[in-house]
Design a protein around this ligand. Structure first.
Ligand SMILES: [Zn+2]
Length: 235
């Protein structure tokens, strides 16, 4: 069901970026690298592994030092969180339930507050991170986006934080392309930031099948720039 590296070391995210024919992108003083949910539970061996999820780590490590600032999000759930299938008797992971007019995917228990699974990947170069924003902390609402909880109203505080740091453009990397990366990118655009997706530094769940491609197309059509890290040049 899930994507693996295809062909000449290129994932499906990368192929779409290549089709976009992106030019070199110079990093500016008001840019920030936002690393989404690069946590043990989302990497192979974790509770909710994104296929090939750990592959984003060396890619992020290679470019994080190019940015004048970087920050990260961390999925951080209390026990019994609403998004866990185990909180809904009779439901299995990856089934969906209706929630306030939306569809909520039910996940295996993951990223429990304080657990090793919730830790950032141990090989992620974390020293340049200026902040670590924890989301999904309320038991009754999920939060895919780094900006807003899934009610699309409750702010995480990220917008104000970035404004305070003087950030104008966000480069997004991490996990998963079709969930938390997508939601963060769309809300970032909505919040008035310019947003670029570093597609080779992201991996997706691709559940349901095709959702990675759909997410990339949606992000691009809403105004995000799709880039590969090789398209970056130091400012
Ligand atoms: Zn979660």
């Amino acid at each position: 069901m899930l994507s693996k590296k295809e062909g000449k070391g290129k994932n499906k995210e990368g192929e779409l970026a290549a089709q976009g024919g992106a030019a070199m992108e110079k990093i500016e003083r008001s840019d920030l690298l936002l690393v989404i949910d690069v946590q043990n539970d989302f990497c192979p061996g974790g509770a909710l592994p994104v296929p090939d999820g750990g592959a984003v780590v060396p890619v992020i490590n290679r470019v994080i030092g190019l940015f004048p600032a970087a920050g990260a999000t961390q999925d951080w759930h209390p026990a019994g969180h609403f998004s866990f299938a185990s909180s809904h008797p009779g439901k299995k992971p990856f089934e969906t339930i209706p929630w306030h007019g939306q569809e909520q995917v039910l996940w295996p228990d993951h990223c429990l507050q304080g657990s090793a699974g919730a830790d950032l990947h141990p090989e992620l170069e974390a020293r340049p991170l200026r902040f670590l924003l924890r989301k999904g902390t309320r038991r009754d609402v999920d939060s895919y986006s780094g900006f807003l909880e899934n009610d699309h109203r409750t702010s995480t505080g990220l917008k104000g934080l970035l404004q305070e740091l003087g950030v104008r453009r966000i480069f997004v990397a991490g996990l998963a392309t079709d969930y938390c990366v997508r939601a963060t990118v769309l809300d970032g655009l909505e919040a008035g930031f310019r947003v670029a997706v570093l597609v080779d530094a992201c991996r997706g769940v691709d559940v349901p099948a095709g959702s990675v491609k759909k997410a990339l197309e949606e992000m691009r059509s809403r105004g995000a720039l799709l880039l590969e890290t090789r398209d970056l040049s130091a400012g």
